[in-house]
Structures are given as C-alpha cells and as structure tokens.
Design a binder for this molecule. Structure first.
Ligand code: CTP
Ligand code: MG
Length: 421
C-alpha cells in the first residue's frame, strides 16, 4: 500500500500545500483504451476535442471537483503523454496525482489503478476519461453520496422508446420507466471495492462497469442524477457533439474569429529541421508511431525527429519561437512525451496566436525504418494530433552518403503552412 507524499503527514510544515487536508477520496480515471470505435489514429484519450485532448478535458473536470488523490490509468507506452496532460490539468495539486499503466480490458485497467491507492483513502471513484465533459458537480455528488456499504451510480433516465427485437421483427415494448442509463464516476467504499475486484479477477468474469462488478459481490448500488454532459465519447459523432458543446460554452462558432491580430492576413510558411542519432533506450518512436525492434533515437522526449521538425516548422510559420523555447529541457513535463502531445500543444499555441494549420509536409533521410508500409498510419496519427490538418511524410535514403547513409542517425526537414483563423 502506498503512502501519500510526506508533506501531507507533517501538518505543521509551513507551506501552502501542507495546509491541504489528506484526501480520503481517490478518483481513478481510466484512459487506457485504444478507441477502436472512434478510430482517430491515436489512443482515444489523446484525441483532441478542441485544442485540448479528451483526457485533458476529463482531468479539468476532476481537478475542478473537491481535492482527491487522482490516478490516471494510461495505455502502455503513453505514460509520458498522460503525465504531460496530468501536469497541465493538476496545477498545484500535482502532488496528489500520478499515472499508472493500464491493462488490456477496462476491468484490468481499474485494477491497476486500485493498486496505486494511498493508505488513507476510504472512498474510490472510478471515472471514464471518455466521459470528458462530466461536470465537477456530478463528481462531488457521487463522492458525497458514498455512505456505509452502498455504491453510487450516476444515471440518466432513458428517453427513447425502447423495443425488444429479434432480427427484423419487433417483438414487443420495454417499459423504459424501469431503465436508466449508467454513467461514471461510480463511487464505492474502498475496502469493499478492492474485495469485489479480487473476486472478479479470480472468477475471470468481465463486468461492463464497476457497479455491476460491485453488485455481483453482493453489495447494494444506488443511483443519483447524472448529467447529459456526462455522455461517453465513443464514435466520431460523439466527438462532434463534444466539440459543439464546448464551442457553445465559449460562444465561439466553428469559424472562430482570430484570437489576436495577425499582421499579414495571407498564408505563412515555416521550415523545421531535426537530427537525432541512434542510441536511445527502448524501441524507436518516429512519425508518431512506435517501431518495435528498430533501434531508438536518442534525445529529450522520445527522440521523434519527424514530430520535432514539424513542431519547429509550425512555430516558425506562426513566428512563435522554436521547439527549445516551448518544449526544451526547461520543461521536464515533456520528458517521455510522444508526438501527439507535442503536436497538440503546438496547435494550441498556434490557435491562441490566431492561426489555423493549412498543411504540413516532412521528409526524413535515413536507411531505416522502412517507412512506406506504415506511411498512411503515420500520416493519420500526426494529422489527428493537429486537429485533422493534412500531413504528408516522405522518406529517402542518401545513397550511403553522410551520417544518415552510414546509419548513424536520421535527419528530417519539415515545411508547414499556416493561415489566420
Ligand atoms: N479503458 C481502459 N482500459 C482498457 C479499455 C478501456 O482504461 N483496456 C477505458 C477507456 O480509456 C475509456 C473507458 O475505459 O475511458 C471506457 O471505455 P471505452 O469507451 O470502450 O473506450 P475504448 O475501449 O478506448 O474504446 P473502444 O471500445 O471503441 O476501443
Ligand atoms: Mg472499449
């Protein structure tokens, strides 16, 4: 069992953080799914709704609720990206928060989160990152309603008329007053939830949500009102709905006016280059993809020279400085981060400065990896991180000449076009 940070123990310690009480509630934010149905080219949690990802929005809601230990369960290989999002959302509550690696089912991901609970935690909320717009009031209401052995489930009434069907045939009606749609966060007393998870893992049964798993262990679950904003982003239509809700919140339309005046109103281009030597740890990350078995590039973050050259091209086009200024070693939160995080943050910087991205083209010089088979995949991932702007990547060898030709490293050139929003 893990301890909370020591400054919470020594309440006499005089600094502002030490005045925070030790939380007795934890929120496990499960974000380790792959997002198969959304199919956006990246794990769902890192797909942008606006300039912020699904995970970032979910965490903004979590940190707007009452202080709690926050455990983000990330997809394997994306822990650094989750850490970056967590730091951005947590602010001075970062000491209450950490990232753990998820499993191949939601249930296993929750179980991984449970292992990271501090000893003082008595109540646990389990929340889907995919319910990114859940209001903090719902989170607080769930936490407040946990009492005794009862689990708490936020629900919405079912509004559609429902039918029982068999193939083409409509067999009969269903009384919808008996039904409710389940949301998250779902809240439970810690010890009973842990015991229920132990039982579920040893039985091998996969439950669709935590309330079902908890009920199967013989405990009662009560409903409280959920929120229409607590819907789960599952498909592209759900993502669109979330975008519209956020645009309505800010009074912005899809064609938002420029955030800041841009002197030249036409398109602008920028150039970025990057070079990394082989010799990093683990597998290669290049063009937003992991390349198992290929030698890794060295460098701050994951060494993804394609992503870094694109970031410089975009920043250069917008006149916003360069990658070192925004993401260099002075920003330790980007130490393990992958392309999605760099590119999403770059897009955010550009949007704040009043620019939209036209397109990006990059070429890398290197003997390996053999790129063409995964070109479409890489372009999709990079484009998704840039909010859908077209990205094209080409690759070439250098006829054995120079350091790329000798297999010492990779050189990348990128060019980007941006225009006022
Ligand atoms: N989840 C998880 N670990 C998994 C599977 C899902 O942490 N192995 C999380 C997801 O990240 C999401 C929540 O559980 O926040 C609800 O799952 P779902 O909406 O099904 O997300 P995905 O599994 O990512 O999507 P899909 O089923 O379309 O692949
Ligand atoms: Mg799923």
């Amino acid at each position: 069992m893990l301890r909370h940070p020591p400054f919470f123990v020594h309440a006499g310690n005089v600094n502002s953080v030490s005045m925070l009480p030790v939380p007795d509630t934890a929120i496990i934010v499960v974000a380790a799914g792959s997002g198969t149905r959304l199919d956006a080219g990246a794990p769902k949690a890192f797909v942008g709704i606006d300039s912020h990802s699904i995970l970032r929005h979910a965490l903004d809601g979590v940190f707007a609720a009452a202080p709690a230990q926050v455990i983000v369960v990330a997809p394997a290989g994306f822990e650094g990206d989750a850490e970056t999002e967590l730091r951005a959302a947590a602010g001075d509550r970062i000491d209450l928060a950490r990232v753990v690696t998820g499993g191949d089912t939601r249930q296993r991901s929750v179980a991984a989160g449970l292992k990271a609970l501090w000893g003082d935690i008595t109540r646990v909320l389990v929340h889907d990152a995919a319910r990114a717009l859940t209001p903090p009031e719902v989170i607080d209401a769930v936490a407040a309603a946990i009492a005794g052995e009862i689990g708490i489930l936020p629900t919405l009434p079912v509004v559609d008329t429902l039918k029982r069907v068999d193939g083409d045939a409509v067999v009969g009606p269903i009384d919808r007053s008996e039904l409710a749609a389940a949301q998250t966060p779902q809240g439970f007393p810690r010890a009973l939830l842990e015991a229920a998870y132990e039982a579920a893992l040893s039985s091998g049964v996969e439950y669709t949500d935590d309330a079902a798993l908890y009920a199967a262990a013989g405990h009662d679950v009560r409903q409280i009102p959920g929120s229409a904003r607590g819907f789960k982003i599952t498909t592209a239509a759900d993502l669109e709905r979330a975008r519209h809700l956020l645009a309505a919140d800010t009074g912005a339309s899809a064609e938002a006016p420029a955030a800041a005046p841009v002197p030249w109103s036409g398109p602008r281009v920028g150039l970025g280059t990057d070079v990394h030597a082989f010799g990093g740890d683990g597998d290669l990350w290049l063009a937003g993809l992991e390349w198992p078995g290929e030698p890794a590039l060295s460098g701050h973050s994951d060494g993804d020279a394609v992503a870094h050259a694109i970031v410089d091209a975009l920043l250069g086009a917008a006149g916003l400085g360069d990658i070192g200024e925004h993401f260099g070693t002075a920003h330790p939160e980007y130490a393990g981060a992958h392309a999605q995080v760099f590119l999403a943050r770059t897009r955010e910087l550009l949007e704040e400065a009043g620019f939209a991205i036209g397109n990006v083209s990059a070429q890398f010089q290197g003997n390996r990896p053999r790129f063409s088979a995964r070109r479409a995949e890489a372009e999709r991932v990079l484009s998704a991180a840039l909010g859908g702007a077209p990205v094209s990547i080409t690759a070439t060898t250098t006829d054995g000449l120079g350091f790329p030709g000798r297999g010492e490293g990779i050189a990348v050139t990128a060019i980007a076009m941006v225009h006022p929003r």
